[in-house]
Design a protein around this ligand. Structure first.
Ligand SMILES: Cc1ncc(COP(=O)(O)O)c(C=O)c1O
Length: 408
């Protein structure tokens, strides 16, 4: 096949894309993330846990035991809602950590955190329905909602999390979301946490206006010192669906998560999962259960918190040392991210090529916003970069910003 034929065939397939997929875009961020793979680049992009937190000897033992002694469960299809023993383990863990035990119909095992967003979107969103998100928010969630042609509307955040006053005004003016998606603890991308009073206000609004709160607790357990305020789901299980993931506290390679919420909703998500991947992988489910019941999970989380707290502190010091005047950043108390605001006029998407030339990678802010915003923002993940590279990486970003400011 000639290069020209090859090209015409590719554009032919692109023309065949579903309308909902065409409007998704996403190429820009894929290209930026691809840079992060280069081995000689100091990378602050991607919300990856450090592989040092993957307990390989323990996992090797558990895997060998399950494969030889429990193949009929561990290597088989599982029930769509998850293996009963695994759900029992996850329910017990939620009771211990969040003070509320979901009943069996209120809990299912998902294939990581994003699976829950996809299942909710598939089950509940018609084209044109409104989903309110924090602005900025996790890009994967925006894409999941847009994938079902939802109208994704942002509400700003401040140091106390989602601006419930702005939300209240929008609702009073007639906005009627079906779902409000929030990451209340150590949010992606800002690292900010929703205060206890904002949580209560949000729940009151959900009850008053009849929308579902989709609470993403991806980073909840990775607090540095104080745990975050009570989870929304534990406060209001009637109007909150909690999406959890084990990717950040166990290993993303297993793709394990949970959904906890009203039984009526969970039963719908189970049907949706039957129509997608049918069940989360049984081997991963049983590995999770054995690892968790053996006490390894909670022990490792203590060590992971110390690791990420140290990296966040190193990054904070490096930012103080190297950022140009007028730059600000958040001081997260948990999670993986610091959110940087460069001086007005800087376009961090345009600067990513200059950053690549200096062999450093970050994620520019724009894709985290549902509307056109965030040109001067940068998300920095400190989770997977070696301690000794943090200062040099931030020094390089500082250099990129200084050069851009001189040219403004
Ligand atoms: C807020 C948030 N939710 C969900 C996910 C996805 O989790 P998983 O990899 O388990 O699908 C991420 C991953 O970066 C995230 O930051």
């Amino acid at each position: 096949m000639t290069a020209a034929m090859d090209q015409s065939r590719m554009s032919g397939w692109d023309a065949a894309l579903a309308r909902r997929t065409k409007s998704l875009g996403g190429g820009e961020i894929t290209a930026i993330l691809a840079l992060a793979g280069a081995s000689d680049v100091i990378t602050f992009s991607g919300g990856f846990p450090d592989p040092a937190t993957f307990p390989t000897p323990v996992l090797a033992d558990i895997a060998a035991r399950l494969i030889t002694q429990d193949p009929g469960v561990a290597l088989q299809y599982s029930a769509t809602e998850g293996i009963a023993g695994v759900r029992d383990y996850v329910a017990g863990r939620l009771a211990a950590l969040q003070g509320r035990m979901p009943g069996p119909p209120e809990l299912m095992v998902t294939s990581g955190g994003i699976d829950c967003m996809e299942l909710v979107a598939k089950s509940y969103l018609d084209a044109g329905d409104t989903v309110v998100v924090e602005s900025p928010t996790y890009l994967g969630a925006i894409m999941a909602f847009r994938g079902y042609e939802a109208n994704v509307r942002g509400v700003p955040v401040d140091g106390d999390g989602l601006r419930t006053d702005v939300l209240a005004d929008l609702l009073a003016a007639g906005l009627r979301p079906k779902i409000l998606y929030t990451i209340p603890d150590f949010q992606n991308p800002t690292g900010l946490t929703m205060s206890a009073s904002r949580r209560s206000e949000l729940i009151a609004l959900a009850r008053r206006y009849g929308f579902l709160i989709l609470e993403d607790v991806a980073y909840r357990d990775l607090h540095f010192e104080q745990p975050p305020p009570d989870s929304l789901w534990s406060m209001a299980p009637d109007v909150v669906l909690q999406a959890g993931t084990f990717s950040k506290i166990f290993c993303p390679g297993f793709r394990m998560g949970w959904a906890a919420g009203p039984a009526e909703i969970i039963s719908r998500l189970v049907v949706a999962k039957q129509n997608s991947d049918q069940c989360a992988g049984a081997l991963g489910q049983r590995m999770l259960e054995e690892y968790g019941r053996g006490g390894h999970m909670e022990r490792q989380i203590v060590a992971s918190r110390a690791l990420y707290a140290r990296r966040a502190a190193l990054m904070g010091q490096a930012l103080t040392a190297h950022m140009p005047e007028g730059t600000t950043w958040t001081a997260p108390q948990g999670g993986f991210y610091i959110w940087v605001t460069a001086p007005e006029g800087v376009d961090t998407v345009a600067l990513s090529a200059a950053a690549r030339a200096r062999k450093v990678a970050y994620v520019p802010g724009r894709p985290f916003y549902p509307a056109d915003d965030g040109a001067a923002k940068i998300r920095l993940a400190y989770s997977r970069v070696a301690d000794e590279l943090i200062d040099e990486g931030i020094h390089r970003i500082g250099g990129v910003l200084r050069t851009a400011l001189e040219e403004l």
